[in-house]
Write a protein that binds this ligand. Structure first.
Ligand code: ADP
Ligand code: MG
Length: 410
């Protein structure tokens, strides 16, 4: 109303601001789970177990509760007290750390955000805390009275998220638990493939109501490759110092996981791809200089022999493209489109039915901070990298197509 002395612009109360910010990081259960999974991996876990439970949230609305357990280094009592505080992190201490960042987390926002829009409980034990473990329940980022309190568990962490979006009714109304669970699974699958190189096994299960009781149904399990994963783990430690590419054992473990998750037809029909480029600058020889393009890329691609085979019918609408940049599962529309073009030119597929590629660039060539859920990243030299990778994929597919063609024309 004009003429009124009352100012119209007000600063929003802190709890409103916090909830808005939280809603950007945690858009749906799958985002929350992704953050929690990345925390497990940051903590050096080799086993991750996700359990999802559907329950009634009142007013005829179904809600998803879930928990994620790991055998990583755990969180001590003092850290539990602040773990869900916004911008509290053990991974970044100053702006310069951005340049060398290798962990997934750095903003200290995930647990805080999740706790703003759900009932969060963390149970954890470190190997320094003797026999004691601690449990801490949070509300709006702060421990509940009497928490953290002592409890029992083995070394590692369990994060339990209950009643997600209980206080954001419009978000809750928009979510269908069944679809959300599918999204969660679809997000866990590429990670399961990607961490096979480190020998990390993942299990995802859900509780299914059966009369008055419920039974556990396992939907994803890569933990049973134990012999291979143990080898991979040994290998991975050695690898880190020797080179950027996967050893034969790591390749085998990765292939096994792909087969387990996406079907046995991928056994013989995956091509291993690797490529590397480092355009040295005259003045500056260091490969992490921001003046020169530098990357390594590797992964597995659907072999055109499968398309020519005709025995295996693949639905290209279910094309799987799992792209990682610096170990982060991202959407990279530019690369995806270029690879689709490459496949469309060289094979009978319009889209590649399976792609798993991981690109590593120097940490200061990628900005992971452009999107609240970190699903898109800004890459320096994006165009150059995409062009180079696509050209080399083209070469590989072409060579493959030719040997296959020759074999058939005989
Ligand atoms: P960020 O990962 O950006 O640091 P988070 O909110 O995801 O922020 O986590 C806050 C802190 O809690 C982390 O920095 C880490 O110290 C600790 N933490 C969270 N999850 C785990 C876990 N699964 N194992 C060990 N520490 C964890
Ligand atoms: Mg995190």
């Amino acid at each position: 109303p004009s003429g009124s002395a009352e100012p119209l612009i007000r600063v929003l109360p802190k709890d409103v601001v916090d909830r808005i910010a939280a809603g950007e990081v945690v858009q749906r259960p799958a985002n929350a789970l992704k953050e929690l999974l990345e925390n497990c991996l940051d903590a050096g876990a080799t086993k991750v177990l996700v359990t999802v439970d559907k329950k009634s949230g009142g007013a005829g609305k179904q809600m998803l509760d879930f928990s994620i357990s790991d055998n990583g280094h755990g969180i001590g009592k003092a850290d539990l007290e602040v773990a869900a505080t916004r911008f509290a992190t053990s991974k970044l201490t100053n702006v310069d750390d951005f340049k060398t960042l290798s962990s997934f987390g750095f903003r200290g926002e995930a647990l805080a955000s999740i706790s703003m829009v759900s009932h969060l409980t963390i149970t954890s034990k470190t190997n320094q805390s003797g026999v004691v473990a601690h449990e801490c329940q949070y509300l709006d980022g702060r421990p509940q009275p009497g928490h953290p309190k002592q409890c029992a568990r083995t070394v590692g962490t369990t994060v339990k998220v209950q009643d997600l979006f209980y206080n954001v009714p419009h978000r809750l109304r928009a979510l269908k638990p069944k679809d959300e669970y599918t999204r969660m699974l679809n997000m866990m699958q590429p990670y399961a493939v990607h961490v096979a190189r480190r020998g990390v096994g993942i299990v995802v299960q859900h509780q299914q109501a059966k009369g008055k009781t419920s039974k556990t149904v396992v939907d994803l399990n890569t933990s049973n490759l134990s012999k291979l994963t143990a080898l991979t783990r040994m290998d991975a430690t050695e690898r880190d110092s020797t080179g950027p590419f996967l050893s034969p054992i790591q390749q085998e473990a990765t292939k096994q996981v792909i087969k387990t998750l996406y079907g046995s037809c991928w056994g013989q029909n995956l091509l291993y791809f690797q490529s590397k480029s480092c355009q040295e600058d005259e003045e500056d020889q260091s490969s992490s200089s921001s003046k020169s393009m530098s990357y390594t890329c590797e992964g597995f691609l659907a072999s055109p022999s499968l398309a020519a085979d005709g025995k295996v019918q693949l639905q290209t609408k279910n094309a799987i493209s799992n792209l990682f940049v610096n170990n982060r599962y991202v959407e990279c529309p530019a690369l995806k489109r270029r690879l689709e073009d490459t496949y469309a030119t060289l094979t009978s597929w319009k889209k590649p039915p399976f792609i798993y590629l991981t690109i590593q660039v120097p940490p200061n060539h990628v900005d992971v901070n452009v999107h609240p859920t970190k699903t898109q990243v800004a890459l320096l030299f994006l165009e150059e990298i995409v062009t180079d990778v696509a050209a080399k994929v083209h070469e590989l597919l072409n060579a493959q197509g030719q040997t296959f063609g020759e074999r058939h024309s005989k």
